[in-house]
Write a protein that binds this ligand. Structure first.
Ligand code: UDP
Length: 242
């Protein structure tokens, strides 16, 4: 695929729609391509600016998708608009549907022990043809048992719900163990398990999903302060080109 990307503060975002992106991943999977997907929001953009090692890790990704309205706004301000927001959670659900259709093997790593147990139950119920070839919680000290399980089970998809930057470091370090689609999915397992609720469609449509999450989890306020800081940097880039 000829990749068209948009540079936002040093991160190259794939210029794609949800539909195009899913079609691309399906094609990649059917051809047993090895792919590293990063779903990035303003917080991740700022973290990568601060930490060169993290930036290098994100640059290894095949696809960085715009998972956050802040990225879409940044693209418009810089006059390099991106078509639409492509969320990690929606991408995950589409890939689970695809994996179910083709009886693909998936490997899950991340979230708390009770969450990962419930995720397995829910996936088995909703996507009965999927083969879950590994499921580990994300609170490990040493990942050796997990990586050897990935190497021996050769999954088609590895979903890492470890939060950033842990999930990107995990994928970058291990992605050569299997020709799979490797994707960091943040808090998606908590939603899949029914432990945290995704914003209803109204909030999503009006681009205030972040506000819904903040009301659910007020302790996220510190993390959300990344957004105004990010917008300041976008405006600095626009007006002062640096
Ligand atoms: N997590 C994990 N291991 C860790 C730290 C976090 O498995 O060492 C999990 C955590 O339980 C949660 C997810 O990673 O399920 C991160 O969720 P968060 O809401 O921070 O992600 P976001 O969607 O905001 O990127």
């Amino acid at each position: 695929m000829k990749k068209s990307t948009v540079d936002i503060l040093g991160i190259n975002f794939l210029s794609t729609t949800n539909h195009e992106f899913i079609e691309q991943l399906k094609k990649d999977s059917l051809h047993h391509q090895n792919r590293f997907v990063v779903t990035a929001n303003p917080e991740i953009v700022l973290a990568a600016r601060k930490d060169k090692e993290y930036q290098k890790t994100i640059k290894q990704a095949d696809y960085v998708i715009a998972d956050g309205i802040g990225i879409i706004i940044g693209g418009s301000i810089l006059k390099t608009p991106l078509p639409e927001r492509v969320t990690g959670y929606d991408t995950l659900i589409s890939l689970l549907n695809f994996a179910n259709k083709y009886s693909k093997k998936i490997f899950l790593v991340g979230a708390k022990p009770e969450v990962i147990s419930q995720v397995q139950v829910n996936i088995k119920n909703d996507f009965p043809n999927i083969k879950i070839v590994g499921a580990y919680d994300g609170y490990f000290k040493d990942d050796h048992h997990i990586t050897s399980a990935i190497a021996s089970s050769q999954p088609d998809f590895v979903f890492a719900a470890l939060g950033f930057p842990k999930q990107e470091y995990f994928i970058a370090k291990n992605k050569n163990l299997a020709p799979a689609i490797w994707m960091g999915v943040g808090g998606s397992f908590d939603v899949l398990a029914g432990m945290s609720k995704r914003a209803p469609v109204f909030w999503q449509k009006h681009h205030i999903e972040w506000l819904y999450r903040l009301i659910q989890e007020p302790s996220r306020i510190g993390r959300m302060m990344a957004l105004p800081k990010y917008l300041l940097l976008v405006y600095r880039k626009k007006f002062f080109k640096r």
